[in-house]
Design a protein. Structure first.
Length: 117
């Protein structure tokens, strides 16, 4: 089992920035991908960004490309999401996930991001 705890959400004005963190514990042996997803009210969960084990490969949704940056600490158990130039449409519950193989198997409880216009 992997436990994930997100933090860093909050209320920010449009154009502002927030930095989300997600700490992994438990079954952290072996390489795994860490990623961020979000779910706005009334919508399905959508992919935001992910980073590979070594941290040298990242992938972003088109909607956040150029504004969000995903990174991973040296211990590889914490992933960050730096969110700049936030827009009201970025408002959502943000979830951290871990993928050992083909699909995301473990999820955090989420952290709310609200962007006011």
């Amino acid at each position: 089992q992997v436990q994930l705890v997100e933090s860093g959400g909050g209320l920010v004005q449009a154009g502002g920035s927030l930095r989300l963190s997600c700490a992994a514990s438990g079954r952290t042996l072996g390489s795994y991908v860490m990623g961020w997803f979000r779910q706005a009210r009334g919508k399905e969960r959508e992919f935001v960004a992910e980073i590979n084990w070594s941290g040298d490969s990242t992938y972003y949704a088109d909607s956040v490309k150029g504004r969000f940056t995903i990174s991973r600490d040296l211990a590889k158990t914490t992933v960050y999401l730096q969110m700049n130039s936030l827009k009201p449409e970025d408002t959502a519950q943000y979830y951290c996930g871990v993928k050992f193989h083909l699909v995301y198997e473990y999820w955090g409880q989420g952290t709310q991001v609200t962007v006011s216009s």
